[in-house]
Design a protein around this ligand. Sequence first.
Ligand SMILES: [Cu+2]
Length: 128
Amino acid sequence: MLNGCAAEDFVTTRLASRSATVRFGHEAGHNYRPRCLRVSLGSRIRFEGPFDAHPLAPGRVEAGIPIDEDTARGPVSEVLGGQSAEFVAATPGRFGYYCDSHVVEGMMGAIEVVESVEVESGEVRGAP
Ligand SMILES: [Cu+2]
């Protein structure tokens, strides 16, 4: 479990374009949608929402408390203002992030970066 994401929770979006969007604030409220995102290596990940109200930070959260760890390998970095930010999934693995203002409410998520994502008979599968 990483930031509310079990292995089966990760969803894959927009396979062909190798890009995905995570929305927060506004109609998404104090949530990231999707919370648990799977992308293939090299994909672009766009965060859209009001960063001034929901400052983004990389890292793992346990029991509502951000745990300091080495997050340098993950795609997400700190964003404190603006309405959108774009990251590149450059390293395979699972990486957590959270909202620094609402982490105690559970405003957090994770990104799983896999080497490739295959689609077989309507089923989405990730190959680590
Ligand atoms: Cu927030």
